[in-house]
Design a binder for this molecule. Sequence first.
Ligand code: HPA
Length: 382
Amino acid sequence: MATMADVARSAGVSVATVSHVLNGTRPVLPHTRQAVLDAMEELGYTPNTLARSLVTSRTRSIGLAVSAISNPYFTEILQGVEAAALEHGYSLLIADPHDDPEHERKVAQLLHERRVDGMIVAPSADPGELLSYLGRHKVPTVLLDRVVDAPADGSTRFDQVCADSAEPMAELVTHLAGLGHRRIGLVAGLPGLSTTAERLAGYRHGLAGAGLAHDERLVVHGDSESAGAEQATAALLSLASPPTALVTANNAMTMGALRALRDHGLSVPDDIALCCFDDFAWADLFSPRLTAIAQPSRDIGAQAVRVLLDRLDSPERPARTVRLPCAFVHRTSCGCPEQPNRPGRSARRTVPARPVRSEGAIESPPADSPEQPLPSVKGTVS
Ligand code: HPA
């Protein structure tokens, strides 16, 4: 296998010059640079990144630990992380912690032992061990999707990137209340996840804003997955006064709820209206088409990489939480009539009804927005 010394000899330059061409550490005259590149090509030289890592103590790799990679929401996050990492010359090591507290700690340890430069992690509902491992070993980390509160003793704070969950959920409830619904059920996610708590808070906020009383019986937990949601929805439907409208708090639970509605012989929206958190590729193929909240999943992934790279550049900077706005996608499962001349999935009202919290830096809009640009990404330092 050709070495840097072979390349240097063949190009008639020093090994240091080859190194500068490879790493961009110093300007090299164009014809010298071309001679080095030609020699590399001719000899089939490929840089040994392991050897470079020994010198720099950096591997230019990022560890990504997210559960349920098969869920389209997380698949899109993964795409965003991958594209942004590649753009900045980083490769990814991916692990699935299965939303299991013990497993996620082990996964973090494995990635750390591979000396990734930093990690992006979607923590489980019980992330104590994970966070103390990452804090103890001072692993530069961005928490993704599920945010955690700062510990009371102010010890380790992590950078975090997530979607704004509460406002969009409130918007769904407000929309249904505006259509005359008074009994709006919620199929909520797994207790312990910040997304579950925020969506529940948004649901309550939406009810209060519409002057509706909060009835505990109308909230069931589908545990963030389809089977749980199917059971939970069935329980809601068997109430003496079942809801006339339903909100599901993620894509997998929408599937479960739809199964339960079908098994009860109910039709949407005539028998019961439905609004969902999470838009996905086939949400407008259902009949009726699903009114949904679209999360900026690719942007969440890309933003997590940017925040991590900022952390690697400035280890002492204060930790920040970046919340990205979601979009209300108005279709027909809520009971509204079909819009004339609707352009399919791109029929999105992408501006959130209420602005997201916007203390701190306002960052530039993401480059890979959907059909219409999303509003500016607003960084919230908290
Ligand atoms: N968090 C946020 N949104 C989601 C999730 C999740 O875990 N799963 C599906 N949509």
